[in-house]
Ligand binder design. Structure first.
Ligand code: MIG
Length: 819
């Protein structure tokens, strides 16, 4: 009793201390500076020290401490890396020091110490606020920056509300807030990284401090924004663009990209809290297959366990998990299970016993194991910042892996606990933290990320040649290296459907491309219409998962009557036909960090009309996706970017740079395709292992001249692509008034597909072609009853020529002569 009251008191007083800010100590004038290496300079100011490090031409790190010296350097986000040598030029003048590093100059004015970043045309990209700059107060650190009137802010990871964050303030403190609203902040994840975009040019800032931190983007005062944390160093990275994509590439160079996910994880995923028994799980699986609604993953929520003990089964409701999972696998389903961090304190429970023995649990300052209540009752919590604890956790998956489980849903890892007002672990609990032995206050925001790391690494050790699929609720910057993420406990409402767009977009451009929101909404019951519209959005969120809270009516895609079942089937079919495109976009994200879901302004930063646009988005660089996000409507407006666009459904041509209104009946999500796009699709399958992408169809959209796209593929499951077992080819189209030539280049890489056929669709050919040549030889038009493997056909209504060719690793050239 006393101890829990004491805990309360500590927490309450900590809260107050963060609200009642003391006097800010400005860092003062520069008294001296010296180069620590070719890339690093340290400034000594009156009240603090500042270090500038040029990592490459384009990434600059700024550190400020008011302690005697900088703390030992460590980061959970930044990957270990040897940066190429750089030799920035340093020019010292009485008033300022200028450091020139390729495309960026950093100007440090001396009285007082203020930093500005300039591009090589001399434009100030970002500058310390002249009267405030960097400062500290007690343990707190903060920097104020000048906020130009026409600058806008995006990113910040998982934040509710609108996409654009100008004039808002945000806190970073991983928090479990079921049924959050548009104004709820903070939420489950911490990604302290954002973009400033002004006049078509972007820069980025990553504030790598894991304590509770906050960002004020012009809410406190209209001419400034600021960020800072309760403790630790002011430690941030600056990334010049000039494009938002450049910023993201540099950021992910620093914190890493998502590994290529298994292809099956890009299929449709079905979840609920909970499918309570083997019998119900089989019913659900049959429900998909008998209704011919594709699905790849079924989830088991907390009730599959024995009294919520992680790594166990409730053997009365799941008497034969191995048999069930192998039957599901036979039907084309992977099984995913939830795992929570809390380990039930129970002397007879093997995970508790082995955890105690291996000393993996978090401890109070007095050295005893910390405990708190979650689902299983009193629990101990692994210290995921301790490598030994991570290994212990990872190894504990052995029996679930042997049972056949392949998806790992990491929940409650903010971490969330039930029995204290703060809803999380006491801030004075001790973590290993790379041998630094620091408090939960410092490690809270990385707890979930390190849990996913332990999960990913552990499962990968157990199944070395299968790509793990991990899904998490909480994480920190760089968490994409281990896990996909969903946006937590949303609500079955139209507002939450809209937030499903903006939240996933901001997460995507914050380095986490594998995202989705619970389709249909987690809490509450969606109408058939809301579910159907949400499912349509889900086609274009990399994670496509429907979920439901406990004690709510069934929300599977067939629960709303025939009209909706049919619409929902069409929607999920669309997802499966687009899988080759989706897989390619995920490949791109794994290589460059550039996500599938992109805000309009991310792709078109010069088009300022998109500054506040958050109800439509780019999917890759070729599709504009405009989901219906309001009740009772069957049409909507779409803002098309400059250029020429084609309606995905009708191929109708539009010139862009304007707003149009389009029909959106219940079974249709408006999608527009950029001129020159080459979109790969496949036939509908019931799951991703079934007859994968044979044939693949490359739909070539008209272009006035020529266009090129890459096509990547591999086995979709193993890591063999890392050793060259993939295939990559470029596809080009040239158009003239007389002929269209489509060339598929010779494949690079050693992956041999089992596919036999390729279709090429040339869109926008007004008359039946005069002839079609395949690699130099004329091929014939398909006639009914004919089954040659090389043919062409013409659809006079749709104005499309379709060519069928044999798959080959060699170059393929198709020439369509027309007039
Ligand atoms: O305290 O496992 O966000 O998806 O169904 C609630 C039960 C715990 C929260 C997750 C939700 C999941 C639920 N979990």
């Amino acid at each position: 009793m006393l101890s829990s009251r004491f805990r309360c008191w500590v927490l309450i007083s900590l809260c107050f201390s963060s609200i009642a800010l003391g006097q800010w100590n400005s860092i003062g004038d520069v008294s001296s500076f010296k180069a620590l290496s070719t890339r690093e300079i340290e400034f000594v100011a009156e009240n603090a020290k500042v270090r500038l490090t040029v990592l490459t031409d384009g990434i600059v790190r700024v550190r400020m401490t008011h302690q005697v010296d900088f703390a030992p350097d460590s980061s959970w986000a930044v990957i270990e890396k040897h940066w190429p040598d750089t030799h920035p030029e340093i020019v010292d003048k009485p008033e300022k020091v200028t450091i020139s590093a390729g495309q960026l100059s950093i100007v440090v004015s001396k009285r007082p110490l203020r930093i500005s970043f300039l591009d090589n045309q001399g434009t100030v990209l970002n500058a310390d606020h002249p009267s405030k700059g960097m400062a500290w107060s007690g343990k707190e650190v903060r920097v104020w920056k000048t906020m130009p009137e026409n600058e806008f802010y995006f990113g910040f990871g998982e934040k509710a509300g609108r996409l654009q964050k100008k004039f808002t303030s945000m806190t970073m403190w991983n928090s479990d807030i079921p049924a959050y609203g548009a104004d709820t902040d903070p939420l489950y994840q911490t990604i302290p990284f954002f973009y400033g975009i002004r006049n078509g040019k972007a820069y980025g800032i990553f504030f790598d401090n894991t304590y509770r931190s906050s960002f004020d983007m012009g809410k406190e005062a209209r001419d400034q924004f600021s960020f800072g944390a309760e403790a630790g160093e002011l430690n941030y990275y600056f990334f010049p663009g000039p494009s938002p994509a450049d910023v993201l590439r540099k950021y992910t160079e620093l914190v890493g990209t998502m590994p290529l996910p298994p292809r099956w994880s890009l299929g449709y995923q079905q979840c609920r809290w909970s499918y309570p028994s083997e019998k119900r799980v089989r019913e659900i699986a049959d429900g998909f297959r008998t209704r011919k609604i594709p699905c790849d993953v079924i989830y088991l929520d907390i009730d599959y366990m024995d009294g919520y003990r992680i790594f166990t089964w409730n053997t009365s409701s799941f008497p034969n998990p191995k048999g069930l999972i192998s039957d599901l696998k036979g039907m084309g389903f992977r099984t995913a299970v939830i795992v929570d961090p809390g380990i039930k304190i129970d002397e007879k429970y093997h995970a508790y016993q082995s955890g105690l023995k291996q000393d993996v649990f978090l401890k109070k300052p007095d050295g005893t194991v910390y405990n708190s209540k979650v689902w299983p009752g009193e629990c101990a919590f692994p210290d995921f910042t301790d490598p030994a604890a991570r290994t212990w956790w990872g190894n504990s998956f052995e029996s679930l892996v042997a049972d056949g489980v392949r998806g790992w849903w990491n929940d409650m890892n903010e971490p969330s606990v039930f029995d204290v007002p703060s809803k999380t672990i006491d801030l004075n609990v001790i973590h290993q933290d790379n041998g630094l032995q620091t408090t939960h206050a410092k490690n809270h925001n990385v707890y979930g990320m390190q849990m996913t790391r332990a999960t990913y690494d552990g499962v990968r050790r157990l199944l070395p040649n299968e790509r793990p699929f991990v899904l998490t609720r909480a994480s920190y910057a760089g968490g994409q290296r281990y896990s996909a993420a969903w946006t937590g406990d949303n609500v079955s409402s139209w507002e939450h459907l809209r937030m499903g767009v903006s939240m996933c977009l901001n997460l995507s451009i914050s380095g986490q491309p594998f995202v989705g929101s619970d389709i249909g909404g987690f809490i509450g019951y969606p109408s058939g219409e809301l579910f159907a519209r949400w499912l349509q959005l889900g086609v274009f969120t990399p994670l496509m998962r429907a979920h439901s809270v406990i004690n709510e009516n069934n929300k599977e895609p067939w629960e709303y009557g025939d009209e909706f079942t049919n619409a929902n089937r069409e929607t999920i079919n669309l997802r499966y036909t687009l899988l080759p495109l989706i897989y390619n976009l995920m490949y791109e994200a794994s290589q460059t960090g550039i996500p599938a879901m992109r805000p309009m302004l991310f792709e078109y930063p010069e088009e300022q009309a998109f500054t506040w646009t958050d109800n439509q988005f780019m999917f890759g660089s070729d599709l504009v996706v405009a989901p219906v996000v309001s009740e009772g409507v069957t049409s909507r407006t779409v803002q098309l970017p400059q250029g020429v666009w084609f309606d995905f459904w009708s191929n109708q041509r539009y010139s862009g740079g304007k707003e149009i209104t389009v029909e959106a009946p219940l079974n249709r999500i408006p999608v527009f395709v950029k001129e020159g796009a080459i979109i790969p699709t496949q036939p509908v399958v019931q799951h991703t292992d079934e007859r994968p992408d044979n044939p693949v169809t490359f739909s070539c959209y008209p272009t006035s001249l020529q266009s090129t796209r890459m096509y990547y593929e591999d086995d979709g499951i193993s890591f063999e692509y890392e050793g060259g077992k993939y295939s990559k080819r470029s596809i080009n189209q040239w158009r003239s008034s007389k002929a269209t030539t489509v060339t598929l280049s010779k494949k690079e890489g050693t992956f041999a597909t089992t596919r036999t056929l390729i279709f090429v669709q040339v869109i926008g050919i007004n008359n039946e072609p005069l002839r079609v040549d395949l690699s130099g030889r004329e091929i014939s038009q398909a006639t009914t009853g004919d089954t040659p493997t090389q043919w062409w056909s013409y659809d006079d209504q749709k104005k499309i020529v379709t060519i069928c060719a044999k798959e080959s690793p060699e170059a393929i050239t198709i020439r369509v002569t027309h007039n």
